[in-house]
Design a protein around this ligand. Structure first.
Ligand code: MLT
Length: 395
């Protein structure tokens, strides 16, 4: 008889966002007349920008013409997209070859798949609170996990600890869920720590486009020595509204080598075996994001989400509730009022004012007592949710 991967039995019963969806669906079934103000999962509400839509339409037309039709795409990404992303990095002062840029079907897929590069015996460190897929993907692989807790005292941006070393280190900055962002000096200390210990940093840069403060790093490759210790995973989901369209990119420098094995070459081997590339149409749409027009249009959309953040932050200020994030990130991380636990606060908001957020405990034990709001909803819903929050909690 076949033996299943028994590590599945070590997972929590259901994935965080699935569990929230089940709870909210149950509420709607019982209260079909109610409208929910969804600020839970970070899913965008604005449509794709015009430049992307135009490129997608043109690509569909290409597929209708024998001379312009595309079948299988190169497994690691179409050169036209890899090159335009390479150029995007170059404009930020980061020089890469286009072979160091891999096109992916999205950051969450990639964060799971990339674990193929590391031995099962390697340990993974997750700075918590953290995006739950980091932990779950490693639990499924049977890997030992070091949970490095962070908190208010260090601004949710812990320093490396000589007593807590790991082979793989997850860093997400701007952070999901706390919205905290590593400055260059702090990120440099993690890079130096990884190089000194032979570790590899998996740098999740999915929210870099939300950084407003020019002194903060958008990419780990702004740090000295990062090319010998880091892989950067990026996404167009939040940057350009591709949550449903699915597209991302990953940078694996050729200088990233351990035990004589080059991770860039290994990833080429992996992709050519396990994928047939991302669809031509979607990659054409993605390339439009990096044009001048595309960049201007995605900035306009990002500004709408930033205005949502302001609306929510003003409400929290009015209520005197402690929070962080919201400025350089699309998430606001707050302390639950009235001493409520994070799932208690979730239920309270759902039942009383139909506002859906994400309980901090879902991002790790040290998230208990905290709560996350996503700012990706519509401005109308966000304003109404902010008004309801004030009315409820001012009482
Ligand atoms: C979140 O809400 O944390 C994200 O939307 C989840 C994701 O990107 O998969």
């Amino acid at each position: 008889m076949i033996t299943p991967n028994m590590h599945y039995a070590d997972l929590k019963e259901s994935y965080l966002f699935y569990h929230i969806a089940q709870k909210t669906n149950a509420y709607l079934e019982a209260n079909p007349e109610k409208h929910l103000f969804r600020m839970g999962i970070g899913d965008v509400s604005l449509p794709l920008c015009d430049a992307v839509i135009k490129a997608l339409h043109e690509a569909v037309d290409d597929q209708a013409e024998k001379a312009r039709f595309h079948g299988y795409m190169p497994e690691c990404g179409a050169p036209f997209l890899r090159e335009i992303i390479q150029d995007h990095y170059h404009k930020q002062g980061i020089d890469l070859t286009y072979e160091e840029v891999f096109v992916s079907s999205g950051a969450s897929d990639e964060l799971g798949d990339i674990l193929d590069l590391f031995d099962k015996s390697s340990s993974a460190m997750v700075i918590e609170p953290a995006y739950p897929a980091y932990v779950d993907a490693n639990v499924i692989a049977g890997r030992g996990i070091i949970h490095l807790a962070s908190g208010k005292e260090n601004g949710f941006l812990p320093e490396p600890d000589e007593e807590a070393k790991a082979d793989l280190i997850y860093i997400c900055s701007p952070n999901n869920p706390t919205g905290a962002v590593f400055d260059k000096a702090k990120l440099q200390r993690w890079v130096d720590f990884a190089n000194a210990n032979g570790s590899v940093i998996l740098f999740d840069a999915a929210y870099e486009a939300f950084i407003e403060d020019d002194s903060l790093p958008h990419s780990i490759f702004e740090m000295e020595g990062a090319k010998t210790c880091a892989i950067e995973i990026c996404s167009l989901s939040k940057t350009a509204g591709f949550t449903g369209t699915r597209l991302g990119y990953t940078v694996i420098p050729k200088d990233l080598v351990r035990n004589g094995m080059c991770f860039n070459e290994m990833w080429v081997r992996n992709r050519t075996t396990k994928t047939n590339g991302v669809s031509y149409i979607i990659q054409k749409g993605g390339a439009a994001v990096f044009t001048e027009e595309g960049q201007r249009q995605i900035r306009e959309n990002i500004q709408v989400y930033k205005n949502n953040a302001k609306t929510l932050m003003e409400a929290l200020d009015q209520l005197g509730i402690w929070y962080c994030g919201g400025k350089n990130a699309p998430y606001i991380w707050l302390q639950c009022p009235k001493g409520l636990g994070s799932w208690e606060f979730f239920d309270y908001l759902l039942q009383e004012i139909q506002v859906v957020g994400t309980p901090g405990e879902g991002f790790g034990a040290c998230g208990e007592g905290y709560f996350r709001f996503s700012t990706f909803g519509s401005p109308e819903d966000t304003q109404e949710a902010a008004k309801r929050l004030v009315q409820l909690l001012e009482k």
